[in-house]
Each structure stands twice: as C-alpha cells, then as structure tokens.
Write a protein that binds this ligand. Structure first.
Ligand SMILES: *Cc1c(COP(=O)(O)O)cnc(C)c1O
Length: 221
C-alpha cells in the first residue's frame, strides 16, 4: 500500500465520525522528506515530529503550509528552536518547561499554541504531567502571556490489547470536558496512535497521531 492510499483510507474513516471533526496528524518521524511530501500531496494538513533536529532538517523542504506538531518530549535547552519550528507543541508537562517556552515565545513575539501532556497511566518511564500536578500547570499556562493552552495530549501504554486502554481514554475525555468550558480555544484532545486510534476516537479523541499505519514500519539505524 502506498502512503497516499494509507493516508486516504484513514482520513475517510475519520471523516465518517459524525460527533466532531477529527484532526489526523501524519507522524513523519524517521521517514524521509519524500514520504512526507507524498502524504501532503495526498491531503495531509498536519505533520508530527518528535525530535527538534529531525524537524529542523526536514521542515525546510515543506513547500506548502501545513500545521507542524511537536509530539515528542521537549528539553528546556531546545525551546528556542522549538518555538520557531512548531505551530503546536503537544508535550508540555512541567512548569519548568512551560516557563522556558513562554520566555522563548516572547523573545520572538509569538504566542505559542501548546497542549499539556498527561501521564494518565502513571508510567514511571514516560513523560507527561502527573494528574495531581495538572491543575498547577494549567494555572500557569492560563496566566502565561505567550502560551495559548489548546488542550490535552496523552500517550496510552503500549499494551498487546488496545482495548485495555479504553478506560484511560474515557478518563481523559471526562477531564477534557471538565476543563473545556472555562477556556477559549481549549479544543484539542490528542490521543490515539496506529494500534489504538480507533478506540481513542470512540472514547472522544479529536486529534490522532498516526505514523506506522500511513508510512509503514520505522527502521532505526
Ligand atoms: C511515534 C509517535 C506516534 C505515532 O506512532 P505510530 O504507532 O507509528 O502510529 C504518535 N505519538 C507519539 C507521541 C509518537 O512518538
């Protein structure tokens, strides 16, 4: 299957959801510029990368405007390139990082759209804010002049049966619905990847991040 056909199959599946519009982020990490272009030619409007350097290498080859998402963990020492490269930073998970991003965005006169990444499953090795620290982080981002909080992001545990993550997706949707009314522009709930996006969407995700199902397996060298 070609990239274009894979992309279009998932896109039409998501477009058939009547509840709300679902944003499909094509995750191009570890794939070349050619594949990225193929997806964009097929209609991809949103591209996701997880590393700053890789994005810096590939984004200059974009010849059409697309929305660029940072979906990987961001280190404080890379906030300067991050605010230049990305339209939406999905991985804000600490006040420390949010402070640095706010400052870097201010320095280039930008209001940076961000999502807060929640470690809903409490996986020790994963990034994401712990639930008990979420309120304080939201309070900080709400007050930050150069950050615009657009919603929440979650990476579900990689379990053999994605069905097991359903309660976690549901819990995130409830949290999202609780926070949303008080915040203008708080519109995105980003959860679901190749192996679990169908369940994530059933449970209320409105942004999915899909790599493998569009581009095939990634090979790390
Ligand atoms: C790599 C990655 C994805 C895409 O994963 P696939 O299983 O290839 O669809 C989604 N979200 C994040 C945060 C990722 O790092």
């Amino acid at each position: 299957m070609s990239v274009a056909r894979n992309f279009l199959a998932i896109k039409s599946e998501l477009d058939s959801v009547v509840r709300e519009r679902i944003t499909l982020v094509a995750v191009t990490k570890n794939h070349g510029v050619e594949q990225m272009r193929e997806a964009i030619d097929a209609g991809a409007t949103d591209i996701g990368e997880n590393r700053i350097q890789e994005a810096a290498d590939k984004f200059p080859a974009l010849d059409r405007p697309v929305t660029r998402h940072l979906i990987g963990h961001l280190q404080t020492n890379k906030v300067k390139p991050a605010v230049k490269l990305f339209d939406l930073i999905q991985s804000v998970d600490s006040i420390h990082l949010a402070t640095a991003l706010d400052k870097a965005a201010a320095a280039i006169g930008k209001v940076q759209d961000v999502l807060i990444q929640v470690n809903a499953a409490r996986e020790p090795q994963k990034s994401g804010v712990q639930l008990e620290n979420l309120d304080a982080l939201i309070k900080f981002t709400d007050a930050a002049d150069n950050l615009n909080l657009r919603g929440l992001m979650m990476i579900a545990p990689n379990l053999p049966d994605a069905e097991q993550c359903r309660p976690l997706f549901r819990q995130m949707r409830l949290l999202f619905d609780e926070l949303r009314p008080a915040r203008a522009g708080f519109d995105y709930l980003s959860m679901g990847m190749t192996h679990d996006y169908k369940i994530a969407v059933e449970e209320g995700a409105n942004v999915v991040r899909i790599g493998t199902a569009i581009f095939g397996e990634r090979f790390y060298t």
